[in-house]
Design a protein around this ligand. Structure first.
Ligand code: TYD
Length: 134
């Protein structure tokens, strides 16, 4: 599956910690957009879509969350709970996010501006497109 964990360097000293994100350096694309998910109610799901072309790097900078990922052929579960770890999601990956801790803040870096037309929100359509594409 086109999903990868990326280890980010944690810079630290007695005053605290810092993680830097740079386009085409430790983030493997040009960063066009950054957004974050926060105050997600416990017992809710977010996501439930795939992107036609968008690539993203997702980091739980606080708290934890689980991802259920699907490329139309196989599924995998990933837990994000480390601010020094990014999850790289290629295009055409169906994602469901769940089990958000109350304090969870999920930062998302994307290689394109927001475009509703890039979303596939119907799972059957996603699966058909994913399978036709191979
Ligand atoms: P949505 O993708 O539905 O997120 P979720 O399913 O996790 O709640 O987006 C929620 C709202 O935010 C929707 O009205 C669109 C808007 N939005 C933007 O304006 N820009 C963005 O970059 C994103 C990701 C969402």
């Amino acid at each position: 599956m086109n999903v990868k964990r990326i280890q980010l360097q944690m810079h630290g000293d007695v005053s605290g910690m810092l993680v830097a994100l740079e386009g085409n350096k430790n983030v493997p694309f040009d960063i066009k957009r950054v957004y974050y998910l926060l105050k997600t109610k416990p017992d809710t799901h977010r996501g439930l879509h795939a992107h036609r072309t968008l690539k993203q790097l997702v980091i739980a900078v606080r708290g934890s969350v689980k991802f259920s990922l699907d490329d139309g052929f196989e599924q995998m579960e990933v837990t994000l709970d480390n601010p020094a770890q990014g999850l790289l999601l290629d295009s055409m990956i169906w994602r469901k996010m769940y089990d958000f801790t109350e304090d969870c803040v999920l930062v998302v870096l994307a290689d394109q501006l927001y475009d509703p037309a890039d979303y596939i929100r119907d799972y059957a359509e996603f699966r058909r497109l994913a399978r036709d594409g191979r």
